[in-house]
Design a binder for this molecule. Structure first.
Ligand code: THG
Length: 264
């Protein structure tokens, strides 16, 4: 499982404040901590109004790249912000994201096809997020048609089945799991990702819910996840589940983590 570090997100008050005040040290510290904890990409989401998002996202990209060498995951629906950020990246990033929404397909897909290492494709469209796995799968089929038509090989596409909080909809995680299983059977060449922490919004002891969900999603075929790499218990559970599922050859990552003192 490859990890996309979620912490540089303008919906978080610490990050929002740092972006508005151009507090580079706070952002750099979050970038370093996540890279040191094994993030393969750092998600950057300015979360500011569309008119200032291009400037803010460019500042975030520059600030993170001054601190770490890890590639970025550019988290925005705004083509202008993504285009500006793509001018700044040193390494080909992930673009987060396209969806079946017309504006995103028209505005973001061409940028991703030209300049990204991969593109995240959300199972939603202009009608919203379907309540059923079948509805989401129908969107995923259309998205794969579009990425293939744009010349993007399937192995550069990261399908996101989308998960909302189980606090507001008790079927939410089940539908994400069913969508993942069905999409994986139909499109064995694509990657899968998920904004894992969404599942626990509004609940106490969120990390525990995140852990249960991560392990189930791993078994269903998730191979990347947007999560908090600083959550030790989550990473421990992930290492153990990868051993149990035979995904950690010779238990190498697990024993290495043990010797590094990470499993205490
Ligand atoms: N899919 C894709 N991209 C996404 C999401 C997704 N990007 C945004 C989001 N969902 C994933 N990122 C986050 C970032 C933070 C939190 C949840 C999802 C979060 N933060 C807590 C808070 O702000 O209160 C905890 C913060 C903390 O203390 O660390 O829950 O689904 N493709």
């Amino acid at each position: 499982m490859k990890i996309i570090g979620e912490k540089i997100n303008g919906t978080r008050s610490q990050v929002r404040k740092a972006v508005l005040e151009r507090d580079a040290e706070t952002i750099a510290a979050l970038a370093r901590a996540q890279a040191d904890s094994g993030a393969a990409w750092i998600d950057v989401n300015a979360g500011t109004p569309a008119d200032r998002e291009p400037e803010d996202l460019v500042w975030l990209v520059r600030t993170v790249q001054a601190a770490v060498d890890v590639p970025l995951c550019l988290d925005s629906a705004n083509p202008a912000a993504l285009a500006a950020a793509l001018e700044e990246v040193r390494k080909p990033p992930l673009v987060n994201s396209i969806s079946g929404e017309r504006a995103r397909l028209e505005g973001v897909l061409p940028l991703a096809a030209r300049a990204a290492d991969g593109v995240i494709a959300l199972a939603m469209d202009d009608q919203g997020i379907p309540g059923s796995a079948e509805g989401r799968l129908a969107i995923i089929r259309r998205l794969l048609q579009a990425t293939r038509a744009a010349g993007i090989p399937d192995e550069h596409v990261y399908v996101d089945p989308l998960v909302m909080s189980v606090a507001t909809n008790s079927d939410s995680a089940r539908v994400a799991l069913a969508t993942l299983r069905a999409a994986r059977a139909e499109f064995p060449g694509v990657h899968f990702t998920s904004g894992l922490s969404n599942v626990s919004f509004g609940l106490p002891a969120r990390s525990l819910i995140n852990r249960a969900f991560l392990i189930l999603m791993l078994e269903a075929g998730l191979d990347t996840a947007i999560l908090d790499p600083l959550d030790r218990e989550l990473r421990k559970a992930l290492l153990a589940a990868e051993v149990v599922l035979g995904l950690d050859r010779h238990c190498l990552a697990y024993t290495r983590a043990f010797r590094a003192g990470l499993l205490e």
